[in-house]
Design a binder for this molecule. Structure first.
Ligand code: GTP
Ligand code: SF4
Ligand code: MG
Length: 397
C-alpha cells in the first residue's frame, strides 16, 4: 500500500455540515477509528487524509473535512480549507442531514459539478431517523445511498457506488512505463547540490526510480559531473536519459544527440498536467518585455535555499532572455490567485505533491483567463532552445 504516493491516488472527499457524520463515515468505510467522532459540532478542524486500497478500484485516499456550515472567524477559515480540498477531489461524497433547507448543500453541489467532479449523495443516520429522499431527488441530479455510519448499515452499497462513479479519466499510474521496455537502461541525472535535501532523493527522483524498477528496466543515477565518465564506461548507449531540468544545458552539451533526453518535470507534466498546454504556454516567453508580470507557482513550501530554481535560477534566465527585469510574483502552496489577469505568463513547478486534479484545475483556470501556463522543465528547455529535443520522445507517446 505504501508503494503509491498519496498524490497519485484517487482522492475521495467527504463534505457536509457539522455533525452530519463525516468522520463517522470515513471510520465506517475504512473500518478503522481514524477520525475523531463526537456530538460536539466542529470536532474536525483540519482535513484528515486516509490512504487505503479499495478493491477493485485500487489505491485511494479518503479525506475527512470540517463542516461546510462552520461559523465565526475561525469557522470561515476552516470552510476555506475545505474549499481548497475541492481542488484536489476526484470524487465527492456529500452528506445530507435532516435540514429543511438544502441551500448550502446546493451551493457545494454546484461548486463540485462546475469542476466536473462526480458527487454521491449520502443520507446518514438512517438507524436514528427517516429522511424523505423525494425532494432531494428533485433538486439534485446525483445518486443517493442511505447509510448508518454508526451501525454500519449499507456501507458496502456505498463502496459499490464509489466504484461505479469514480472517474475513469485518472492520471497515468506510470510515469515512463510507455517510454521504456524491460531491460532498457535509463540514466538519471540528479544534481546533489546545496538544494538537495540531506540524506535522501527528492520525490520526483524516487518516483522515477521506482517506476523504472516496476517496469523491469535498469536505472543508473549520476550527478552531472559524472555523466561523461559513465557514458564512456558503458558498452551500450542508454535508452533514455532523464535529467533535472536545472542542468538541461550541461546534459545537452555532453549527451550525443541520438540519445533520447527528457526531464523529471516533463514526465510529471504528462502525468499530472497538460504537456501540450505547457509547450504552447512556453512560447509566451518569446514575447515577454521588461516590466511584464509573471506568476511563478510552487505547489509546496519546500525550504528555499541559495540558488533556488523558482526564486533565483529561473528569474535570472528569464531576465537574461528578456533583456531586463520582470515583475515576478512567487506563489507557494495550495492557494492560488483568483484573478490572473495581470500576468503575461504562469510558470508552475513539477507539482509532484499535487494530484492531477489540482494541477489541472490551475491549467483550466489559466485557460479560462487566457493566460499562458507552462512548467519549470518546459520553460527552461525553451529558454535554452532545446524544447524539441527533450519533448520529442514524450510528445509521440
Ligand atoms: N445515530 C447515529 N448517529 C451517528 C451516525 N453517524 C454519526 N453519528 C453521530 O453524530 C455525531 C457527529 O458525528 P461525527 O462523525 O463526529 O460528525 P462530523 O460530520 O464529522 O462532525 P464535525 O467534525 O463536527 O464536522 C456523533 O455523535 C456520532 O456518533 C449514524 O449513522 N447514526
Ligand atoms: S511540489 Fe513543486 S516545489 Fe514542491 S517538491 Fe514538488 S516540484 Fe518541487
Ligand atoms: Mg468530523
Amino acid at each position: 500500500m505504501q508503494s503509491t504516493p498519496r498524490a497519485n491516488r484517487l482522492h475521495i472527499a467527504i463534505f457536509g455540515r457539522r455533525n452530519a457524520g463525516k468522520s463517522s463515515l470515513i471510520n465506517a468505510i475504512t473500518n478503522q477509528p481514524i477520525a475523531l467522532v463526537s456530538d460536539i459540532p466542529g470536532t474536525t478542524t483540519d482535513p484528515v487524509f486516509k490512504s487505503m486500497e479499495l478493491l477493485p478500484l485500487g489505491p485511494v485516499v479518503f479525506i475527512d473535512t470540517a463542516g461546510i456550515d462552520d461559523e465565526g472567524e475561525i469557522g470561515r477559515l476552516r470552510v476555506q480549507k475545505t474549499k481548497e480540498i475541492v481542488e484536489r477531489t476526484d470524487l465527492a461524497i456529500l452528506i445530507f442531514t435532516d435540514e429543511n433547507d438544502y441551500r448550502l448543500e446546493k451551493e457545494w453541489y454546484q461548486m463540485l459539478v462546475k469542476r466536473h467532479i462526480n458527487v454521491i449523495g449520502v443520507i446518514n443516520k438512517i438507524d436514528d431517523h427517516f429522511l424523505d429522499i423525494e425532494p432531494l431527488l428533485m433538486e439534485f441530479d446525483i445518486p443517493f445511498v442511505k447509510v448508518s455510519s454508526k451501525k454500519l448499515i449499507n456501507i458496502n452499497t456505498l463502496k459499490m457506488a464509489i466504484q461505479t462513479y469514480a472517474p475513469t479519466e485518472f492520471e497515468r499510474s506510470s510515469l515512463l512505463g510507455d517510454l521504456i521496455k524491460p531491460k532498457d537502461l535509463v540514466i538519471l541525472v540528479a544534481p546533489q547540490d546545496i538544494q538537495a535535501p540531506k540524506g535522501r532523493l527528492i520525490l520526483p527522483q524516487a518516483q522515477v526510480i521506482r517506476d523504472i524498477l516496476d517496469n523491469h528496466a535498469c536505472s543508473l543515477t549520476v550527478s552531472v559531473q559524472e555523466l561523461e565518465h559513465v557514458l564512456t564506461m558503458l558498452n551500450q548507449k542508454p535508452d533514455l536519459v532523464v535529467t533535472d531540468s536545472q542542468v538541461f544545458k550541461q546534459v545537452n552539451d555532453i549527451l550525443p544527440s541520438d540519445i533520447p533526453l527528457t526531464s523529471f518535470s516533463i514526465l510529471m507534466a504528462r502525468q499530472k498536467g497538460d504537456l501540450a498546454a505547457f509547450i504552447q504556454g512556453a512560447e509566451a516567453i518569446d514575447s515577454l518585455k521588461p516590466g511584464d508580470s509573471i506568476l511563478i507557482a510552487e505547489a509546496c513550501t519546500h525550504h528555499a535555499l541559495l540558488g533556488d530554481i523558482g526564486r533565483e535560477k529561473l528569474p535570472a534566465w528569464l531576465t537574461q532572455k528578456v533583456g531586463g527585469e520582470l515583475d515576478i510574483t512567487m506563489n507557494v502552496g495550495n492557494e492560488f490567485p483568483e484573478n490572473l489577469s495581470k500576468y503575461k505568463l504562469i510558470i508552475h513547478c513539477g507539482g509532484c505533491m499535487f494530484n492531477r486534479k489540482q494541477m489541472m484545475s490551475r491549467v483550466v483556470q489559466s485557460g479560462q483567463s487566457q493566460i499562458p501556463i507552462t512548467n519549470y522543465g518546459v520553460a527552461i528547455a525553451h529558454i535554452h532552445d532545446m524544447l524539441d529535443r527533450v519533448t520529442e520522445l514524450v510528445k509521440t507517446s
